[in-house]
Design a protein. Structure first.
Length: 266
């Protein structure tokens, strides 16, 4: 069953296609230059390590590889933690950052963003046998329930301002270094929900054999973009490539591959 987020993404790409109809006519040629792309590998199905092969795979890898092909640059992938990524790209340690990064005005003070390549919605990921709450309102009403989040991320701020009381130091929010650690805490019973993009959440649900599920409706939407050091000459060509991939159906094919056909752990 297609997730609500995937439907929105597909609709957004379809709507954008006529506007980008001529984008593929003359893409810039970067003449084989090396471009260092950093990611976290903690956000399936956008980017993660295949548990069977140990390879780095996902929607964003496929998209970036195709962008590199269209623009004629050689991509080199590196990894860092989420909390270090935006500053590291701002400091020009890397040329591009990708890890489902929400486009926000405050982040634009440090880095430049590409045009959006995907629209996301936040949902509540819970254990499969959870019956104490069914949505954000009933979760907030039970003072004993805890939410796990990475500090400084969209799920953290959504938990603070859309689920709880607006207090960023609320003791009901338990902080973890990685998204994967929040999910492990959820499975272990250390927290009671984790907020996640609908597609990433669906990936975890599909791999859990009934151990996890999504509850409630969407808690707001966000647009994802790649990030660059301020003033990067890569922004314009990458935007042209994004428009071309929307226009020719490449992103639609990646949506089907990763959001519908791919099964985590199988």
């Amino acid at each position: 069953m297609i997730s609500r987020r995937a439907v929105l993404a597909l609709a957004a790409f379809a709507a954008a296609a006529p506007l980008a109809a001529h984008a593929a006519d003359a893409l810039p040629d970067l003449k084989g230059r090396k471009v260092v792309v950093v990611t976290e590998n903690a956000y399936p199905p956008l980017q993660f390590v295949d548990p069977k092969t140990g390879k780095q795979i996902g929607w964003e890898y496929d998209a970036m590889n195709e962008i590199a092909k269209r623009l004629n640059f050689k991509v080199e992938y590196q990894n860092t933690s989420w909390d270090a990524m935006i500053q590291a790209v701002s400091d020009k340690q890397y040329d591009i950052g990708m890890t489902g990064i929400t486009i926000k005005d405050e982040r634009k003070e440090k880095v430049d963003f590409s045009d959006p390549y995907m629209r996301s919605e936040q949902f509540m990921l819970v254990r499969g046998d959870e019956k104490r709450f069914t949505d954000a309102k009933s979760f907030a009403a039970n003072k004993d329930l805890l939410v796990g989040a990475q500090p400084g991320t969209t799920p953290f701020y959504t938990a603070v301002y859309s689920v709880l009381d607006g207090d960023e130091k609320n003791p009901r929010i338990k902080l973890f270094e990685t998204f994967g650690a929040t999910v492990q805490a959820l499975k272990a019973g250390d927290v009671d929900t984790v907020l996640t993009d609908g597609t990433a959440g669906k990936g975890y649900v599909d791999a859990s054999n009934g151990g996890l599920k999504l509850v409630g409706g969407p808690l707001g939407s966000e647009d994802f973009g790649f990030i660059f050091p301020k003033g990067s000459d890569l922004v314009k060509p990458v935007n042209a490539a994004i428009a071309a991939l929307k226009a020719d159906g490449t992103f639609d094919a990646l949506n089907k591959k990763w959001f519908l056909d791919y099964k985590m752990g199988q």
